[in-house]
Design a binder for this molecule. Structure first.
Ligand SMILES: C[S@@+](CC[C@H](N)C(=O)[O-])C[C@H]1O[C@@H](n2cnc3c(N)ncnc32)[C@H](O)[C@@H]1O
Length: 454
């Protein structure tokens, strides 16, 4: 007998829905209202049949309910695959869309593969190990095209196997477990081995696990692989006694099972304690150094970064003129812009990143604080690489000042789509779109979009 539960009544007078992960747009399934203010106040039947046809931006699969009162309703289901026919339990619903948890695969899609990782489905790190790599890439291409309203000209995929590409990881310590957050939960999955990690990061995970369990709950342990080995950064709100911090670092620095180049422990209110190297060189092969500590922003791995840098430099072109680089981080792209540009003005909001940027790309004019504007920042080409939220007001205004070309690096197709609409309204045309699958087995996709003034 199906269980039923009652939802609270809908609230009136809310604004139009905003785009959010999980939306599906024209060209695929129907437009989905994303604001839960329209949730139905009716009871939820527990289980529905769904024919799955796609993968959505936030990682869920999407399909249509088959039969029942909501025949044809778009439904999002984690861990289903395009082409599956599944039984699923509703967890949330609106008039035209619902969310459900997979109960059983009735007919398996030919695109289904056996996920090789024993933690898959429990661990929150991967969403798509059960989908063939080529189908993941097709989905990413379609997601980007729908978001920006233009075709994807090229899909770049530097990892052939789709595994072993990660050179950085953030581990969380909780109740004797060391690993990653569980899917849709704050609990920590104790992970002994992660198939996304390359050899060096994987060896470091094994090497740090034992000592990490002795650290306070909630401690984060970042691993960053570079040329000299692995940098390990510990961050804890709770204090860690000096003797404990020293013995943890000593154990890591002397291990023979991984190449640990240095450690930093930042705990409580005391000054961080360091041992060995304070950062590592994460530059892609053949490039000038890019020194980053564990926990600082870097791309997922050196092969991935090489592909991204190549796509960005192709978009920037051989003769970019004067360049303004916004969200420049520690100088990853700046290093390369310097060899082609008349001059490079680079900005980031993070003072530590700007300090690193000055060391990694000293010939650029680095600035912190207010986004450069006015004649001193006038640029033929602007390069932006914002976080997931996309361009904020000040950076948008500076980016829209590009005299000729604006190259937009995005890790979120939905906010890129929003900003593309604003840039078109500001007089830019979208000329070229490259999607990069830098993180296979996950929904993440990087985009390099080139806008020009007509
Ligand atoms: C995706 S990272 C890009 C870093 C760099 N381009 C790279 O490839 O390593 C985004 C950067 O934006 C910076 N950032 C975040 N919000 C910002 C803001 N409002 N204004 C300027 N920079 C910001 C962060 O400090 C971070 O360095």
């Amino acid at each position: 007998m199906p269980t039923r539960r009652r939802r609270p009544p809908a609230r009136a007078g809310r604004q139009a829905p905003q785009a959010r992960p999980g939306d599906v747009r024209a060209g695929g399934p129907p437009e989905v209202p994303a604001d839960f203010s329209t949730d139905l106040s009716t009871d939820l039947p527990v289980e529905v049949d769904v024919r799955v046809h796609g993968l959505a931006p936030g990682g869920d699969a999407v399909g249509r309910q088959q039969g029942g009162a909501h025949d044809g309703r778009a439904t999002f289901i984690a861990l289903a695959a395009p082409g599956d026919e599944v039984r699923a339990r509703l967890v949330r619903e609106q008039a035209r869309v619902a969310w459900a948890e997979l109960v059983a695969v009735r007919t398996a899609s030919p695109l289904r593969v056996a996920p090789p990782c024993p933690y898959f489905g429990v661990c929150g790190g991967c969403q798509w190990q059960h989908v063939a790599l080529q189908a993941q890439r097709t989905a990413k291409r379609e997601i980007v095209a729908r978001a920006v309203g233009a075709q994807v000209d090229e899909l770049v995929a530097p990892s052939a196997s789709g595994y072993g590409y990660r050179e950085r990881a953030r581990l969380i310590v909780e109740g004797g477990a060391v690993g990653f957050r569980a899917r849709r939960s704050h609990q920590v999955v104790d992970v002994e081995r992660c198939l996304l990690l390359g050899d060096e990061a994987g060896a470091a995970l094994t090497a740090v696990r034992g000592q990490a369990t002795t650290l306070p709950a909630g401690t984060e342990v970042d691993l960053q692989v570079g040329a000299e080995g692995v940098h390990v950064a510990v961050r804890s709100r709770a204090p860690i006694a000096d003797e404990r911090a020293s013995s943890v670092c000593a154990a890591w620095m002397t291990t023979t099972s991984a190449r640990i180049a240095g450690t930093i422990v930042a705990a409580g209110a005391v000054a961080p304690r360091t041992c060995g190297a304070q950062d590592v060189d994460v530059a892609e092969p053949g490039s000038s150094p890019l020194r980053i500590p564990a926990g600082g922003f870097a791309q997922v791995g050196r092969a991935a970064n090489a592909a991204l840098v190549a796509a960005v430099m192709q978009a920037v072109g051989d003769v970019p003129g004067d360049v303004l680089e916004l969200y420049a981080g520690s100088g990853n792209f700046t290093r390369h812009l310097l060899s082609r540009a008349g001059r490079v003005v680079a900005h980031d909001a993070d003072g530590r990143a700007v300090d690193r940027g000055r060391r990694n790309a000293p010939a650029a004019s680095w600035c912190l604080g207010r986004v450069p504007s006015g004649p001193s920042a006038a640029a033929d080409t602007v390069l932006v690489d914002p976080p997931r939220e996309g361009l904020d007001g000040e950076n948008f205004a500076a980016a829209a000042g590009a005299g000729r070309r604006l190259v937009y690096v995005s890790c979120d197709p939905q906010t890129l789509g929003r900003d593309a609409t604003r840039l078109r309204a500001a007089g830019f045309a979208l000329r070229h779109v490259v999607a990069l699958d830098l993180m296979p087995q996950t929904f993440h996709v990087e985009v390099v979009a080139t806008f020009e003034r007509p």
